[in-house]
Design a protein around this ligand. Structure first.
Ligand code: SAM
Length: 269
């Protein structure tokens, strides 16, 4: 008897950092249509103003399809995007206004030192960096490309969110043209949450089913702060998302703001 084939779900699992977001790229903006990107940018601006910071030249790091960067362009910033996924980056030019963006790994940014007033990275993009050494490397690069006195603002999912299964989401049976079912599995030994995602796009009589597997790592707040300090940042602040309160054990998302010192030397130069 021929050996049984593994189930389709197992066959199609994407490996960490290899093709995550490739299948969903064409549907990402539709999937995120209810996300209040404008309010997120309001909050980034409120954080900057709370810390007496201003920005003109901005990098949208892990920009995806460019929703954050394009919103900031509309507000008069000079913005560039960088993201690992070529398929996501292609959509940046379709935003209104289009976001100039390049394919780049956040842990190896090939950008000029001391050239940005702000690096922003939203929607738990940094949780996709699973290796702590690579996240530390990302922080060093961000520090290097920032001008002295400039800021890095980012958000991350917390251990609480990833361990408690916040990724368990489904709209099956809703009648939405894009139905999805996401099943998370938390591994406390690796601190990695694997999410098997199944999507079904229905367009008239056509139906397209596709799968993605995403992996996010949870980082403790102290670990994040230590990495930021090791990268050379002079000031670090961590907030419960969309507030000016410190995080609590129930915070599902945190925002970090790190400031490069006026007299900073770049760890990587
Ligand atoms: C959840 S999406 C968020 C996209 C965008 N920031 C937004 O707010 O819609 C996460 C993005 O991080 C990108 N990403 C993951 N790991 C990365 C890495 N090492 N370097 C650059 N981008 C990365 C993915 O390709 C994806 O576009």
């Amino acid at each position: 008897m021929a050996p049984r084939r593994p189930k389709a779900q197992a066959q199609q699992a994407t490996r960490p950092g290899h093709g995550e977001f490739d299948a969903v790229a064409d549907y990402y903006d539709y999937l995120m249509r209810a996300i209040p990107y404008g309010q997120w940018v309001d909050y980034v601006e409120a954080l900057l103003s709370r810390h007496g910071l201003q920005a003109r030249r901005v990098l949208d790091l892990c920009c995806g399809t460019g929703k954050v960067g394009s919103e900031m362009l509309r507000r008069g910033y000079e913005v560039y995007g960088a993201d690992l996924s070529e398929k996501m980056v292609r959509h940046c030019r379709r935003q209104q206004p289009p976001l100039p963006a390049a394919v780049m790994d956040a842990s190896a940014l090939g950008l000029r030192s001391n050239s940005f007033d702000l690096v922003v990275s939203l929607y738990d993009s940094l949780n996709y960096i699973l290796d702590p050494a690579k996240l530390a490397c990302c922080f060093c690069h961000v520090h290097r490309i920032l001008k002295p006195g400039a800021a890095f603002v980012f958000d991350m999912n917390t251990t609480y969110a990833l361990a408690a299964g916040f990724f368990a989401q489904s709209n099956l049976g809703s009648g939405d043209p894009l139905e999805f079912e996401w099943r998370p599995q938390w591994d406390s030994s690796t601190r990695i949450c694997r999410v098997d995602m199944r999507f079904c796009w229905r367009d008239g009589s056509r139906e397209k089913v596709f799968h993605e597997t995403h992996y996010q790592r949870a980082y403790e707040i102290e670990e994040i702060e230590n990495m930021l300090v090791a990268a050379g940042f002079a000031e670090t602040h961590i907030y419960h998302a969309y507030s000016f309160r410190p995080p609590s054990r129930w915070s599902d998302r945190i925002f970090g703001l790190a400031v490069k010192g006026d007299d900073a030397c770049n760890v990587l130069d």
